[in-house]
Design a protein around this ligand. Sequence first.
Ligand code: HEM
Length: 537
Amino acid sequence: MELGMVSKDTSWWIFTLPAFFGSTNLLDGYVLFSIFMASLSVALLSWAFSVGGIAWKNGRNRKGSLPIPGPRGLPVFGILFTLCRGLAHRSLAAMAWSGANKQLMAFSLGSTPVVVASDPHTAREILTSSHFADRPIKQSAKSLMFSRAIGFAPNGTYWRLLRRIASSHLFAPKRIMAHETGRQLDCTTMLRDIANEQKLHGSVFLRKHLQFAALNNIMGSVFGKRYDQSKDGKELEELRDMVREGFELLGAFNWSDYFPWLSYFYDPFHINQRCSKLVPRVRKLVKGIIEQHQQLCESKILFDNADFVDVLLSLDGEEKLQEDDMVAVLWEMIFRGTDTTALLTEWVMAELILHPEVQAKLQLEIDSIVTNKTLTDADLAKLPYLQAVIKETLRVHPPGPLLSWARLSTSDVQLSNGMLVPANTTAMVNMWAITHDPNVWNDPLEFKPERFLEADVDVRGGDLRLAPFGAGRRVCPGKNLGLVTVSLWVAKLVQHFKWVQDLGAHPVDLSEVLKLSCEMKFPLHAIGVARDDTPLP
Ligand code: HEM
């Protein structure tokens, strides 16, 4: 009897299962349940035995003579929760430094297998290999037309054409030089606005001025269009809103990027819907500007200071782009060029305010070279300490600590250390980890521009100890434009003002926030004391 009771109690689920599975047949339900349990066990077992997590199952990390080490993370999710909030570059650096993971570490982001390099040697192998010349594309980037722009176009004929147009037309040295007038103009407006705000409020909200100057400057170079805050309020606000929305969508964490099947029924931030609303607005704006240029541009003669729209319209034959592709390329420039320039200048200014001795030394250098005349691009090469200050800021605060956009392996790639990265693996380089590694840099936490006077380092992709613009075929094409703009503006900001902390209301805080780029969490405010001997232009 007792035995019967036990058997009754413990076998209750046999009767409920068929109902649970919607079946009247006990065997069907039992089979389904067994399949479910078996799949769950296989999933758990593969996770338990997979270094790197579920996306590295079946020994995917052991294809080379040396296995790629890495954390297992959580079943199903991998280390998604570690990376989707907080400062991913710091979490990954801590993980790489704590184990033998510096060369390469494997991990899973949902079903995506990822490797990250945190040492210069492996970073070079990844960034310069032709097998890593693709990028994984986020859903939002695809929806926002970026798959037809330089940054996300897959490695192939179209992307090579865009790179050729970028190097021989858009970012050719003569074009960058010819746009100096615009850089100077935007800087002069910024310096005047700063002086006015200082007079009115006794301190300056620097980020606002830097962002406006950067947006106007890139609008000038790309569309030949500049805004006046007092007259073009409505149009400017519409543009700012579109740029802000685009940044938010591109930077937003989207579960569907890691679990593609989720996109059919789960989109909590309405990313798809918002992208579909933004794209027609962008098309309307950019196409309108292209039409204006077509009407105005009667002759085919292209001057060196032509804007990007005129350059693209002047292309013929194989180089000619379809109108939608032009929209994508031009819109990407606004995205890539605006925030990077503004936020790098903000980081430089923050460090100069926190290090008055560095600021004074820089002022001395500028005053000794630039006497009684406007500081120009040509003077920048004569200011080695300025270059050192900018390099040191790029080292301490690389704007893309994980190089912003990752790479994707197109085939199995054998590394020189014996590890093999399988095809279709997302590859990242943790530039922040490299630039903060005590084995690579002495006193990595100290801000010491002098280190770059002692030994010069190429920051444009030649030396992987400091490659904030990436390296190899997909290196940033805007690096020279970005560097010359930031150098000129920083030089002029310290030439005309002595910058001090607004200790009472807004002390300088170097906390970071990682969006599309790594920004100062608290916008920079400071007191700009006009330097009497260098009146504003
Ligand atoms: C301080 C300024 C800048 C920094 C730190 C920066 C950084 C980067 C980085 C790290 C990459 C990825 C490189 C790689 O995968 O190896 C990149 C790509 C890119 N950048 Fe920049 N960038 C800056 C300014 C600019 C400017 C001013 C423009 C254009 C106006 C620009 C346009 C691009 C484009 C189009 C790509 C994609 C290249 C490709 O995939 O082929 N960047 N940038």
